[in-house]
Design a protein around this ligand. Sequence first.
Ligand SMILES: NC(=O)c1ccc[n+]([C@@H]2O[C@H](COP(=O)([O-])OP(=O)(O)OC[C@H]3O[C@@H](n4cnc5c(N)ncnc54)[C@H](OP(=O)(O)O)[C@@H]3O)[C@@H](O)[C@H]2O)c1
Length: 349
Amino acid sequence: MTQYTVAVLGATGLVGQKILEILEERNFPVKMLKPLASGKSAGKTISFQGHSYPVQEATPESFEGVDLVLASAGASVSEKLVPEAVKRGAVVVDNTSFFRLNDSVPLVVAGVNDEDLSWHQGIIANPNCSTAQLMPVFKKLHELGGLKRVIVSTYQSASGAGKKGMEELCDSTKAMVSSNFQDPGENKVFQRPLSFNLVPQIDKFLDDGYTKEEFKVIAETRKILHLPDLKITATAVRVPVLVGHSEAVTIDFDRPVSPEQAIAALKTVPEVVVSETPEAFPTPRDAEGIDPVLVGRIRRDTSNPETGLNLWIVADNLRIGAALNAVKIAEQLDKQGLIQSKSKFAEHV
Ligand SMILES: NC(=O)c1ccc[n+]([C@@H]2O[C@H](COP(=O)([O-])OP(=O)(O)OC[C@H]3O[C@@H](n4cnc5c(N)ncnc54)[C@H](OP(=O)(O)O)[C@@H]3O)[C@@H](O)[C@H]2O)c1
């Protein structure tokens, strides 16, 4: 079995920490680990597979001798450092948004479009967390009835905004409780105080009134499913939940699909667990810390009973939406012999 020198860029962040946990959990063949973060984390140590590794400040030179990089340090860091890693012969699985819609970079959800890994040129992008959890469900339902039009409403947890997002929700909740629900404290990460509230803005606003997060769900879904003309719209909302994104989805199909047919089809998808009765609906708490995407409340859209269904889709945003998908992609790359590229892609960068 080939063993790899693996750099985790963003190793001290929420996603980076999960990547380390999942690499260990799934016994990924790591020969040597390089945990990388910002200068302020240099000197911290990370324990992995019984060894202690020092966290280093990420620089272009950090990637010398690295085979595989799992990157989650933000888009601007990936913009700068991912090409440096590829130049030095590493293959990069990038969790940030920076390369996702680049035509020369495959955007992959493991188990959904693994075939796209074959044309990578050193970089593979991981989708946005709210897109990733929809993909195994959408792929199967498209095979069943043909997706004609999709409406997505998201209920996204604070951890989707990183460790500072989680901290702000906790601090704001404490401030509210200690002030008899008068003072939510300061909000820096979210556009409004998130405790006891909802915020219908994730990422910045675009000229058409959508947010960038909503645009990501739309554009990334089309790219992953190879459905460039799919009619899909989204509203993305931040909710006061720590971990786990939930999404209410309405689908109009090309052909009639009953709830029973959808349930039977989704039960065949290894990444999905379906609740068959309305009362057995999944919540973000059910999804936290587990691998599958949980689907419930599958019912006819009574405004479109022949070809319309409503669904409720929940998953751990840090796992399926980021770290688990990144590690599964790395496993696929290993299996298909696509990591041993040393310098093959350097000329493209
Ligand atoms: N959270 C999610 O659900 C999720 C899902 C999918 C994708 N993503 C993407 O993954 C990325 C990270 O998310 P996160 O939630 O893990 O954020 P996070 O908790 O804020 O962690 C950010 C990580 O990036 C490191 N970092 C920051 N600036 C850096 C720099 N200049 N050079 C090197 N490292 C730097 C941080 O190191 P320090 O600790 O030293 O500051 C930390 O390790 C983002 O691009 C995000 O969009 C997140």
